[in-house]
Design a protein around this ligand. Structure first.
Ligand code: SF4
Ligand code: SF4
Length: 435
């Protein structure tokens, strides 16, 4: 694609990298075929190619965003299905991140939108804030009809129950069998996940410990920063990124780290992008690159590095039919697809890909909260496709998808790591009690 940035504009590092991305696009439109919003809405501007043109126009002409541009960019799920499809290697992820940040700087959203986005930014990016809001929501749920539609939908999406933690809070979880662990990894426990589903982190820690791997959860790391990053609030996000990078890098230098484990694929995608985000920052360039290199999704780490010790007992000798839901951030963002399926197959169960599995379930970070109508349609389609497999339960690797999909079906849904933990000597997940 021809671009017309001036030399002055190209002195800006973000313009420079976006220009490179734009020049790779040959406007073939293949990406539209696999874009969930283009499929649902049928408008060129609700597909990747149209959005690329909108972003190009804003950046190249140094134009502030307007209502129309914001509408179509906001409707993008950042699912990156278009990146998997694109034959020219267009990095849509970096382009839309730049576009969102430009919108945040140049467009004043209507008051109500600003309030909602600020509430989400404050609530979801800190686990303590999220915990407080979760408790309040529990009490106001019966009175939700008094709230405006958007808030009502948000309240409804909050689960009614929050499982209790069973592991004590520690900085280092040491394997019990051996004195010297075979590896040492840091775990990102996440902001929303540790409130909604603490059992996912616990299964991860227990599983790694049982396989002689030491797990460290450094103090001071909560959110990975992706939430604000995707809301276009790049300054807030960068503060969190820098704090995380500094803490992990210090741990890496002082005590050694073989990997940084993410068990939420949305967060893992952002961690793996820290290196790009700070590519021109002299203070953080080297550190962020190292953190991105160390980051592994738990399924990727287990598949590549751990000889899993599967144990059959009377609790897990029954065979199940599992539908594997590949989160967009996992398959398109991190390009991990086979690893979790390989692991699940090793449990002896039958594992099936969901038809049209490249399409998003509608979760997409805060998308189901901000774009409820589209998210509901995507969820409906996802459930329809899951039911074609007739599974006893669903496995996935992202808390956002777990929350979204469980709002549309009674079929139990678990994190892949909970299943692997169970089949290697851990406890049977609670949601499978009745199976
Ligand atoms: S598939 Fe790639 S090259 Fe073709 S229009 Fe989409 S982004 Fe551009
Ligand atoms: S990220 Fe997803 S929703 Fe956005 S343009 Fe690409 S395919 Fe469409």
């Amino acid at each position: 694609m021809e671009t017309h940035f001036s030399q002055e504009q190209l002195k800006n590092k973000d313009n420079k990298s976006s220009e490179k991305i734009l020049r790779k696009c040959v406007h073939c439109g293949f990406c539209n075929a696999t874009c969930p919003t283009y499929q649902l809405l049928g408008d060129e501007l609700d597909g990747p190619r149209g959005r690329i043109y909108l972003i190009k126009d804003m950046l190249e002409n140094n134009k502030p965003a307007n209502e129309i541009i914001v509408k179509h960019i906001d409707r993008c799920l950042s699912c990156y299905s278009c990146m998997t499809t694109c034959p020219s290697g267009v990095n849509y992820m970096h382009l839309i991140d730049h576009g969102r940040s430009h919108i945040e700087k140049t467009y004043k959203r209507p008051f109500r939108d600003r309030i909602i986005r600020d509430i989400l930014s404050i609530t979801l990016s800190k686990s303590i804030n999220f915990r407080i809001v979760a408790i309040i929501t529990k009490f106001i749920k019966p009175f939700r009809f008094f709230f405006p539609k958007k808030l009502r939908e948000m309240i409804l999406l909050m689960p009614g129950k929050f499982p209790k933690k069973t592991l004590p809070k520690m900085k280092v979880y040491r394997p019990q069998k051996r004195k010297k662990p075979v590896a040492r990894v840091a775990l990102l426990t996440g902001c929303v996940q540790k409130v909604l589903s603490p059992q996912i982190n616990e299964a991860t820690i227990k599983l790694l410990n049982r396989h002689d791997i030491e797990v460290v959860v450094p103090k001071g790391i909560d959110c990975c920063g992706s939430l604000n990053h995707h809301l276009g609030k790049s300054d807030l996000a960068k503060k969190v990124f820098k704090k995380n990078i500094s803490i992990w890098y210090e741990e890496y230098l002082k005590n050694g780290l073989d990997a940084i484990i993410s068990n939420t694929s949305g967060c893992g995608t952002t961690l793996k992008d820290y290196g790009f985000i700070f590519r021109s920052d002299e203070n953080f360039k080297k550190k962020s690159k190292k953190i991105s290199e160390l980051t592994k999704d738990i399924s990727e780490y287990l598949d590549e590095n751990v000889k899993l010790d599967f144990i059959q007992n009377k609790e897990n000798n029954k065979k199940y039919q599992i539908a594997y839901h590949s989160a967009c951030s996992m398959q398109h963002g991190q390009k991990i697809h086979e690893a979790p399926i390989n692991l699940l197959k090793k449990t002896g169960n039958k594992v099936f890909n969901i038809p049209d599995g490249h399409l998003c379930c509608g979760s997409a970070g805060t998308y189901n909260l901000l774009q409820g109508d589209i998210a509901k349609k995507l969820l409906r389609n996802k459930i329809f496709n899951i039911k074609k497999i007739n599974p006893q339960f669903i496995a996935t690797g992202n808390i956002g998808c777990i929350t979204q999909i469980s709002n549309g079906t009674k079929i139990p849904i678990l994190h892949t790591v909970e299943i692997i933990d169970w089949y290697t000597g851990g406890v049977k997940p609670n949601v499978l009690e009745k199976l």
